[in-house]
Design a binder for this molecule. Sequence first.
Ligand SMILES: O=C(O)CCC(=O)C(=O)O
Ligand SMILES: [Fe+2]
Length: 316
Amino acid sequence: MLSLDQIKQFETEGYLVVPDILPSDTLAAVRAEYSALLDGLYNGWFDAGLVSTAPDTLDFWGKLLSAYEAGVDYFQPMDISLPGDRIHADTPFHIGPAVFDMLTAGPLLHVVEQLIGPELISNPIQHVRLKPPATRLDSDEIRAHITATDWHQDRAVALEEADQTDMVTVWIAITDATVENGCLQVQPQVKDQDIFPHCARTQTGIADGFVNEAGAIPLPVKAGGAVLFHPLTPHASLSNVTDGFRWSFDIRFNATGQPTGRSHFPDFVARSLSNPETEIRDWKACKRQWEEARARLAHAPHIEIHRWSSDAPYCA
Ligand SMILES: O=C(O)CCC(=O)C(=O)O
Ligand SMILES: [Fe+2]
């Protein structure tokens, strides 16, 4: 249950840190599900000769690092979404029972409900981020799921159709997120905040001059806790300067009936006070929606996932 002060902070400053938002059994189940997922993936890569270190000598982190250093993409098969482009009939992704329990965790939905109401859809703009130590990254690494993320607003990296919606991002720490291992940082919102111009940077990020980096607030949070933020709140992540991985998920919710900003991907009713029978409660139904989207999109023309082009004003 959020206090009135917490709700007010979200409304005025555009962000909120909520410790222990994920039940500890759900957190443990997510870790176990990912451990089994990576074991299966790694065995396949080893058998195919793509990685050279035998699985039995490596733990979870060792497997991730071994895959990364061998140039094997561990990210997409572990992500909880399809990619923004190059979707094929067999593009891997991961939705399992523990991930679904995280997407629909009662205490988490209860907090979101206090911010945007009791009719909630799970927005398909959602990712896992498993970030290796910066010193181990390839020099040309740019992916926001692997390296530090540029300053941006989530509203700006969705399509215009979602500009007028009520959306909340919930960024969940699965390992403790610290300043050293690359936690999130925000720029508190200002009154009448608007969308800033975004340009091609390391990823797509806010144009120069719109973010006062000196005023940025780093938001460390322990595993199982979350940072919640408004879609207009500028945020970025710090570099991971430790020798361990930083692991988070970011998931989003909208008021039901509103466009998600990525409508070619599937949403589902996560919570409904007025029509509880419309809630999806079976992880297999959620997974099936993604499989159906993948089958459809594999043969469809590419759909841009945001509005910015590098020749936009402010990007010179
Ligand atoms: O974790 C990160 O590096 C960035 C996360 C982010 O941009 C988000 O959750 O919207
Ligand atoms: Fe973001």
